[in-house]
Design a protein around this ligand. Structure first.
Ligand code: IPM
Ligand code: MG
Length: 366
């Protein structure tokens, strides 16, 4: 019986609540499909600051390094907001984790079921069939990590802060390769988003993506779009995109826009895949819901667990090569939601259920 070895980093606020349900769904599928779960829980984020004095303790890194994948909840919140910026959970846990494991490829599906079209702030007639697009965000380069990155007091007493946007050709090529794989699994249309009318990094980005696709993926139709236009086009007609690929900060911003037009953050999963292979020869990855810790609803058992459950499905697909169980979970979530079982974030005046009942409805359809 295959054994899935992964690290569970639930984090803060609703993180542990939705993680418990994702683990329950995974356990159910594992019994049905004949595989075993061997997971180790480790502290991360604010919870780790409280317990170990650091947002990403060495012991947690070791647990992750010994695993084939990381199932991640979410970190941060008001309790730790007074800490210096570089010690806050998001910056001191999530970013170093991404960097440590070179998780350069962030895959964010933007999926809105047709039956949930009224969850979107877009007019339903613009999205009669819902939304189905994918954002591929570069995750370990650009402004987030470039050096120098510092705040200094100048000789004249003024204060100056600097972040550096830097990309190497090799970094652009490897994220392009990920985007090509994603596009080939879909409609083979790839849009590269940049700001090549202003930024040097974007000029290199556009040239590199163009050459790489021409050489390695002539079957993929490539287009380019400036990021400001892309923000507008996403709101106007999201389904004109199939897969779009972009640098770190543009992807951070556009993926939030994508999330809101897809109705609820509570439904969106993500996968961050690395350069490193796991012990199965598949990509080591970190899987996390797109939404945050939602402190306002934490502790009430009303958070939507679907994004965490769908992130677990992505883990099965990418890091364990288990396509069938992954697809079964995705279908079960869809069936549960479209048949009317909804948490408050997607209920729209209809009766809503709590976190556990939502997961029960998914399990019932497996
Ligand atoms: C995301 C988040 C993170 C990011 C924050 C929490 C550091 O917004 O995953 O999109 O900016 O990458
Ligand atoms: Mg973000």
């Amino acid at each position: 019986m295959p054994t899935l070895k992964f690290a569970v980093l639930a984090g803060d606020y609703i993180g542990p609540e939705v993680m418990a349900e994702a683990l329950r769904v995974l356990g159910h599928v594992a019994r049905q499909e004949g595989f075993a779960l061997d997971y180790t829980e480790a502290a991360v984020g604010g919870a780790a600051i409280d317990r170990h004095g650091a947002a990403l303790p060495e012991s947690t890194l070791q647990t992750c390094a010994a695993a084939d994948a990381i199932l991640f909840g979410s970190v941060g919140g008001p309790k730790w907001e007074k800490l210096p910026p570089n010690q806050q959970p998001e910056r001191a846990a999530l970013l170093p984790l991404r960097k440590h494991f070179t998780l350069f490829a962030n895959i964010r599906p933007g999926l809105l079921y047709r039956e949930l079209a009224d969850a979107s702030p877009l007019k339903s007639e613009r999205i009669p069939d819902g939304i189905d697009i994918v954002c591929i965000r570069e995750l370990t380069g650009g402004l987030y990590f470039g050096q120098p990155k510092a705040t200094t007091t100048l000789p004249d007493g003024d204060i100056q802060a600097v972040d550096t946007m830097v990309y190497r050709r090799s970094e652009i090529e490897r994220i392009t390769a990920t985007a090509i794989t994603a596009a080939r699994a879909r409609r083979k249309r790839l849009c590269s988003v940049d700001k090549a009318n202003v930024l040097e990094t974007s000029v290199l980005w556009r040239k590199t993506v163009t050459e790489y696709v021409a050489k390695h993926a002539p079957d993929v139709t490539l287009s380019h779009m400036y990021v400001d236009n892309a923000a507008m086009q996403l709101a106007r007609d999201p389904n004109q995109f199939d897969v779009f690929v972009t640098e770190n900060m543009f992807g951070d911003i556009l993926s939030d826009e994508m999330a809101v037009i897809c109705g609820s953050l509570g439904m969106l999963s993500s996968a961050s895949l690395g350069a490193k292979q796991n012990s199965l020869g598949l990509p080591f990855g970190l899987y996390e819901p797109a939404g945050g810790t939602a402190p306002d609803i934490a502790g009430k058992s009303i958070a939507n667990p679907c994004a965490q459950i769908l992130s677990a499905a992505l883990m099965l697909r990418y890091s364990f090569g288990l396509e069938k169980p992954a697809a079964r979970i995705e279908a079960a979530v869809r069936a549960a939601v479209t048949s009317g079982t909804r948490t408050g974030d997607i209920a729209f005046g209809r009766p809503s259920v709590g976190t556990q009942a939502m997961a029960d409805a998914v399990i019932a359809r497996l």
